[in-house]
Design a protein around this ligand. Structure first.
Ligand code: SF4
Length: 362
């Protein structure tokens, strides 16, 4: 059961410690200090702000909330990027265990763990259903490692839970246009079988939209099925066309070769077509090496980000576990190469018969 807890207008967080405005959302910070982070909201008791360690190059944000459901708790994670991106000279990228906070030189004296803690605390405390909030800003390395592991486990359990739901079980998907502050024509469609390229799960998008926690999620009525195999629906096409300003008119949710979804800013991995092998490769963001098509993750991302490019597709690790993964193009049967981190990941769940046909590089 979800509670309607906040109106987007009410996320009006101001801080004495740093200049904040919605106008700074979308600001790109180049050459700033990069802090590695994670985001975790779980049900728990406590009140106030706790800073653990001195923040140099890491900053985990761990929140305990009470008074809301588990669905609401996971949706509250959406608030972090929303409010931190409103800080002048600060950019918050990626999600869950891959967060990067980039702090510009000009603002580095003002940006502090206490300030981030205060802003997050105030934003969550403004949610009427929330009874108590404890914000823990973790800069101590040992505690960071301990909680990021915990966070990974909790997010895996949430993913597992959401896998029980299929695209065919629901008549409503969710769209996200958060990346439009950088990429004006990009739209993500998030379904039970297709978490977004940045890793947002259907349940998270649904809860965040129903709670009106942030303004960028919207419901998408699936409408008539055009192609069940590739995942094409009339309502999805209509929504994408409208939200992309007519730039994209057709999307097949489970295809990379034929009208694939466009790729947002925070894709965890990219699927690419290898013509010589009539198969696919998948490279993750941490892989700096060239792939079999001669491109690195970064160079591919520059070509496809914000666009629908047949033969390339931004995806999340969670989507790799979906039974509908690239179903329209043959799924795992067509994958011939993956980067080492992905190989390690798929070893956990892919049957040996499929795994043995996939090579990687060391
Ligand atoms: S990648 Fe998609 S789901 Fe993720 S923030 Fe961008 S638009 Fe939203």
């Amino acid at each position: 059961m979800l509670e309607r807890v906040i109106d987007p207008e009410k996320i009006d967080v101001q801080a004495d410690c740093i200049e904040m405005s919605e106008l700074y959302t979308g600001e790109r910070v180049k050459n700033g200090r990069i802090l590695k982070g994670f985001e975790l909201v779980e049900i728990g008791e406590g009140d106030g702000i706790e800073v653990i360690g001195n923040c140099r190059d890491i900053m985990g944000i761990h929140v305990l909330v009470s008074g809301v459901t588990e669905d609401s708790a996971q949706a509250i994670e959406s608030i972090f990027s929303e409010v931190i991106n409103r800080m002048k000279g600060v950019e918050y990228r990626f999600r869950k265990e891959n967060v990067r906070i980039i702090v510009s030189e000009e603002i580095k004296e003002k940006f502090s763990a206490e300030c981030v803690g205060r802003v997050i605390y105030d934003a969550i405390k403004a949610i009427p259903a929330v009874r108590s909030v404890k914000v823990r800003i973790i800069c101590d390395e040992n505690e960071f490692i301990k909680i990021i592991e915990k966070s990974r486990g909790i997010h895996e359990v949430r993913e597992e839970k959401s896998r029980n739901l299929k695209d065919s079980d629901v008549s409503r998907f969710y769209g996200c246009v958060s990346c439009q502050v950088y990429l004006p024509h990009h739209v993500c469609i998030i379904t039970p079988d297709r978490p977004s390229p940045c890793g947002t799960l259907y349940g998270e998008a649904k809860a965040a939209e129903e709670l009106k926690l942030v303004h960028y999620y919207f419901p998408v009525d699936r409408g008539r099925t055009i192609d069940e195999h590739k995942g094409e629906y009339e309502g999805v096409n209509r929504a994408v066309e409208e939200m992309s300003d007519g730039t994209i008119t057709r999307v097949k949710l489970h295809s990379v070769l034929d009208s694939p979804p466009s790729t947002g800013n925070y894709a965890e991995a990219i699927v690419f077509y290898i013509p010589e092998e009539n198969g696919f490769g998948i490279v993750d963001r941490s892989c700096g090496k060239k792939t079999p098509v001669g491109l690195t993750f970064d160079s591919m991302e520059k070509i496809i980000v914000g666009r629908q490019v047949e033969g390339f597709l931004g995806i999340s690790f969670a989507y790799m576990k979906s039974p509908e993964f690239l179903k329209g193009d043959g799924g795992w049967n067509r994958v011939v190469w993956v980067s080492p981190k992905i190989y390690e990941y798929i070893m956990e769940f892919l049957p040996y018969e499929l795994l043995k046909k996939i090579r990687t590089t060391s």
